[in-house]
Design a protein. Structure first.
Length: 443
């Protein structure tokens, strides 16, 4: 991997179990299960799959008593599988009750995610007050006033959750979301803005409300006794430009580690492109200590896709290495054969499947570069630049595939078993090139 020119933002280090966030630690990949947490077996299995794919932190929903009861069992099941990935509890509405009534759940989790906009509220009162747009800001403020829920914003419940975090020495992510922003705060800021001689745009006021909510609640947590180095912040929205603007300002005003993510990013290519567009800008500016790509899976789709996308964002930006990179020809009129496409896909899948094993056995293998090219135009050149490269024949070319290892041509493959033979060359290269890690317990 080439040296990254990115200068990371200085952030306070927060420990999640034995895992470091911020303070110069690498940007961490996080994901979340979509199973019913009350189903301990299914949840533990999905957590395991996410961790195997490379998720370094996994968040699980804790929304009912039945779910809270199962959290310790999920932890035990994962430990039995040899999976030590830290579990994060995602709490809304009733987190104060679940954390206090189920102490084993509170202890089994390594971090709590608290949404201050939902603390002490019921589900019907969580509509974003500024969603119905009016023609004038003053009109929208009036509408917000009419929708605001009377009563206390839930600080007592917030204090209860912070008290549990202190008791068990757990860090907290104070996660503010666009769709569940503190209603009283929005009304107050809308009122203040409406009285200005030159009121700001609604979107700007809303972005400021997100930032203020996160910072005020972090300050409140510290006033309640939670140490500064036990707090992570996030301000998630669903639009790319809003996310960039919010995090730039949030990063300027504090040194808490920041969790990045475009909430409700979407399905398929839309979700991938939107998340990449937003996160790449912020990461290039050194902002962000953990990331999640919130993809909506296709029906029956693989939840681990969000982990792979997050890893690829970090790796292509030069921030981290997770798996060998495959440079593959996109194809053109010279490559009407499907051979090179099938080989590129097969090698990529093979490398990802092997990484859990290789990572445990060899040092630095995740930085290996492999090239699978489709014809003579760029094939030999790109192959020479990779650690291992193969240049497949294009249409009308001689049916031969030269292989290059560390810039030197070593062999030419022919016949029907090119894929298998090339895979064997990759295996032999890994074993020869990368230093084996010592076996646990050996001298």
């Amino acid at each position: 991997m080439s040296h990254s020119p990115i200068k990371r933002r200085a952030a306070q280090r927060v420990m999640v179990g034995n895992f470091a966030i911020g303070g110069g630690a690498p940007v961490v990949v996080q994901s979340m299960t979509n199973t019913d947490t009350a189903d301990a077996q299914a949840t533990a299995q999905q957590v395991y799959e996410l961790a195997q794919a490379g998720s370094e932190l996994v968040r699980i929903t804790v929304n009912t008593s039945e779910a809270a009861v199962q959290v310790p069992r999920i932890r035990r099941l994962l430990d039995d599988m040899g999976c030590g990935v830290p579990l994060i509890g995602d709490f809304h509405y009733n987190g104060h009750r679940l954390l206090t009534e189920f102490p084993e759940c509170a202890q089994a989790l390594e971090k709590y995610r608290i949404n201050p906009g939902n603390v002490g509220r019921n589900r019907k009162s969580t509509k974003l007050l500024i969603a119905p747009l009016a023609n004038r800001l003053s009109e929208q403020t009036t509408l917000a006033k009419s929708l605001v829920m009377a009563g206390h914003p839930g600080e007592d419940q917030f204090a209860m959750m912070i008290d549990v975090a202190k008791r068990y020495n757990k860090p907290v992510r104070i996660g503010v979301n666009w769709g569940s922003l503190d209603q009283n705060l929005v009304v107050r800021m809308m009122d203040e803005n409406a009285r200005l001689a030159q009121p700001k745009e609604v979107a700007e006021v809303t972005r400021e409300a997100l930032i203020v909510s996160a910072l005020d609640n972090a300050k409140r947590a510290e006033e309640l006794g939670l140490p500064h180095d036990r707090i992570v912040l996030s301000c998630k929205v669903s639009e790319v430009q809003d996310l960039i603007a919010v995090y730039r300002e949030l990063a300027r005003r504090c040194d808490y580690p920041l969790h990045l993510g475009l909430t409700e990013a979407g399905m398929g290519s839309k979700g991938i492109v939107a998340s990449t567009a937003a996160l790449a800008v912020l990461l290039q500016e050194g902002i962000g200590d953990t990331i999640r790509v919130s993809l909506t899976p296709e029906p029956g789709g693989d939840r681990t896709q969000e982990v792979i996308v997050a890893q690829e964002i970090l790796q292509t930006m030069g921030l981290r290495s997770f798996a060998p990179m495959v440079t593959a020809c996109p194809g053109c009129g010279r490559t009407t054969s499907m051979v090179f496409q099938e080989l590129a896909q097969g090698i990529q899948s093979y490398l990802r499947a092997q990484m859990p094993l290789w990572r445990g056995q060899y040092s630095g293998v995740e930085e290996m570069r492999v090239a699978v090219m489709g014809c003579i135009v760029n094939g030999p050149g790109e192959s020479k630049l990779a650690n291992i490269g193969i240049s497949l024949p294009g249409t009308g070319e001689s049916p031969a595939a030269p292989v290059y290892v560390d810039g030197e041509k070593t062999v030419t493959l022919r016949g029907d078993n090119i894929a298998q033979e090339f895979q064997k060359i990759v295996d032999e290269y890994v074993e020869r090139k990368y230093m084996r890690k010592p076996v646990a317990g050996s001298l």
